[in-house]
Design a protein around this ligand. Structure first.
Ligand SMILES: [Cu+2]
Length: 119
């Protein structure tokens, strides 16, 4: 009796896990990247840039400054997403935004930069 129950539960586990595998064919990649920024407006700009670069989802946390993205490897890469974000004025883990673009950001968005130069 106990053995029957054991077999039944093993079978259930095998069946459910194979179904789960079948559903996630093109596995999206998840990456968390540090992106410097300030406020809610920065959040919108950063998340929009990440999606423009091909990310499926992009959520930036104002407090931790961490951007969590998911994407398909066929569509984009973490490097491409960072390039796009830097191009709109935000420093990322690996890239620094051009000064000219940073200087054009609204005043509230002029976050303290990655390699902060003290004036
Ligand atoms: Cu801002």
């Amino acid at each position: 009796m106990k053995i029957k129950i054991l077999f039944a539960s093993i079978l259930t586990i095998i069946l459910t896990s194979s179904v789960a595998f079948a559903q996630t064919k093109p596995t999206p990649k998840t990456e968390t990247i540090k992106v410097w920024g300030n406020c809610g407006m920065c959040k919108t700009t950063i998340e929009t840039a990440a999606k423009d670069a091909g990310a499926t989802t992009a959520v930036w946390n104002k407090t931790t400054k961490m951007l969590k993205i998911t994407y398909l490897g066929s569509a984009t890469s973490g490097a491409k997403v960072q390039e796009k974000i830097a191009s709109v004025g935000y420093d990322t883990k690996d890239l620094t935004a051009p000064d000219a673009v940073y200087n054009e950001l609204p005043e509230c968005c002029q976050y303290e930069r990655k390699a902060a130069k003290k004036n």
